[in-house]
Design a protein around this ligand. Structure first.
Ligand code: NAP
Length: 255
């Protein structure tokens, strides 16, 4: 029995675990005898449709991850974390090198700006706060719940802040409203949301994927500026951009 650790926290990680288990049950049995363990940081409530074994919580840095890989006798590591989760990807890269373990990164392609888009591209959350057009008073902030504090300086604006779970108590926030919701979000709903709250600019991470892309299309349609935060650098290593690519990688490793 080989043991696969998926570093999760994304829809792709959920799909990957499901597909591996489905393939094991199928007639082809392309992935025989593979134990699937998904690891979550525990920042949000775990998705209901996550199958296979699940462990929750940090490992304790690179050294903790090395210990985990060794004590749990993991054979293969797929880093399917969010493109903005830079620390865990770095730890995964160093830990896998340390123990000599095959590691794959599953990273969905980033969104590409179309000619009709009005994007203001920035490198960090702090830059994003500064880059919000002065003329925009009502802002849709869709960057999750962990990095909202820098927006608290926007005392003259009104922010609609959407995240799966509420921010930690005591985090300073700008004037506005918290909207708790988990994607995927559809175009009709996003259009309606932008109109209902009279949004004049959006702040987004360039997360890529379909689940949260509708807001970008809706902004394009309404001619709204999008302050788009660029992705952090990924560690060196093998990369695939979809779940099918990750399955191929696994089949190659198990042959
Ligand atoms: P991060 O800054 O890269 O990681 C911070 C620490 O959280 C890591 O050092 C690790 O703690 C722990 N951690 C992160 N992912 C983990 C995982 N899958 N399993 C176990 N521990 C994990 O990550 P983040 O930006 O806080 O994101 C946390 C999680 O939320 C990630 O799993 C990511 O996929 C998901 N997520 C992030 C974003 C985003 O915008 N950043 C968006 C959607 C989902 P130790 O050092 O103690 O091991």
């Amino acid at each position: 029995m080989k043991r696969l650790l998926i570093l999760g926290g994304t829809g792709d990680a959920v799909k990957l675990a499901s597909l591996v288990i489905l393939l094991q049950r199928g007639f082809a049995n392309d992935l025989p005898g593979l134990v699937v363990i998904t690891s979550l940081a525990g920042r949000t409530s775990a998705p209901k449709n996550l199958v296979g074994d699940v462990r929750i919580g940090g490992f304790g840095g690179e050294a903790g991850l090395v210990r985990y890989l060794q004590t749990e006798q993991i054979d293969l590591l797929i880093d399917a974390t969010h493109p903005f989760a830079a620390q865990i990807s770095q730890n995964a890269a160093s830990a896998a090198t340390h123990v000599g373990m095959p590691r794959l990164m599953l990273i969905r392609p980033e969104w590409r700006r179309s000619p009709e888009d009005n994007w203001i591209e920035v490198e960090s959350i702090e830059e994003a706060v500064q880059a919000i057009p002065a003329s925009a008073e009502r802002i849709f902030v869709t960057i999750g719940r962990q990095q909202l504090a820098p927006f608290a300086s926007l005392t003259a604006k009104w922010c609609l802040m959407r995240s799966i779970d509420p921010p930690d108590l005591g985090i300073p926030l700008p004037p506005g409203k918290l909207l708790l919701d988990r994607g995927p979000f559809n175009l009709e709903g996003e259009r309606e949301l932008l109109r209902e709250y009279q949004i004049q600019a959006i702040v987004s991470k360039n997360s890529g994927g379909d689940a949260t892309y509708a807001k970008i299309i809706a902004a394009r349609e309404l001619g709204l500026p999008v302050v788009m935060i660029q992705r952090p650098i990924v560690p060196d290593g093998e990369i695939v951009t979809d779940v099918a690519g990750a399955i191929e990688w696994l089949i190659d490793r198990l042959e």
